[in-house]
Design a protein around this ligand. Structure first.
Ligand SMILES: [Zn+2]
Length: 218
């Protein structure tokens, strides 16, 4: 399989089905997957080769070959990565104490179409905000686990707002059931039942964590 930044456009490929032969640039784009795209024969449309999308490292190593549009996208994603790791929720210590039992928190998003920040709210009060990811259902489960660690038996549910659904679930068919199954454990009182669930435990908690603005005020 040719590397994304190799000379695949000028290299010659042969179709085993119809004997077509020609440069990679003449092949047509077939099915597009997360990490690769199929390149098909221009004559009979059978798959000839696959092009694996470049990793972050490969993009940086081949910077002069990257298109302006891809450069822009890459830099936005890189900044998003940094914003996220600089300010994401890692520990229950970052969250404010809340009063009362049966806390129902909401998972909301600033911008339905473009993302922005994920907002964790208690009523109208924002208790946490961090950079949002598209298809962030795995992050939902991580955050839910930290919320459970903080609020324990006080926590009843973490409800995604309708506005957040597009960014939370994306195109993943299984995402919805993963979110639902996580939510179904949040209200449980029995410690053991909660711990049996496959929560992702975040290790190596940094001592200098960002604290919720809300927590600082309290
Ligand atoms: Zn062919």
């Amino acid at each position: 399989m040719p590397n994304y930044y190799s000379n695949w456009k000028t290299d010659t490929f042969n179709c085993l089905h119809c004997n077509w032969s020609g440069p990679g640039a003449e092949c047509v784009q077939g099915e597009d997957f997360n990490d690769l795209v199929e390149m098909d024969c221009p004559k009979c449309r059978e798959n000839i080769f696959n092009l694996i999308y470049p990793t972050e490292k490969e993009i940086e190593q081949n910077w002069e070959k990257v298109s302006e549009a891809d450069k822009k996208l890459f830099l936005i994603r890189k900044q998003q990565n940094k914003d996220f790791s600089d300010g994401c929720l890692r520990s229950p210590k970052q969250l404010p104490d809340l009063m009362g039992d049966d806390l129902v928190l909401t998972w909301d998003i600033e911008d339905r179409n473009n993302g922005g920040n994920t907002l964790i709210k208690w009523g109208e009060r924002v208790i946490w905000r961090e950079t949002a990811w598209y298809e962030c259902y795995e992050r939902f489960i991580e955050v839910a686990h930290i919320l459970k660690e903080k609020y324990q038996d006080q926590l009843q549910d973490l409800v995604p707002t309708r506005k957040s659904i597009y960014w939370l679930l994306g195109d993943r068919l299984t995402a919805s059931s993963k979110v639902e199954s996580c939510r179904s454990t949040l209200g449980l009182y029995d410690e053991n039942e909660v711990q049996d669930q496959q929560f992702v435990k975040i290790e190596n908690v940094d001592e200098e964590l960002p604290i919720s603005d809300d927590a600082e005020r309290n």
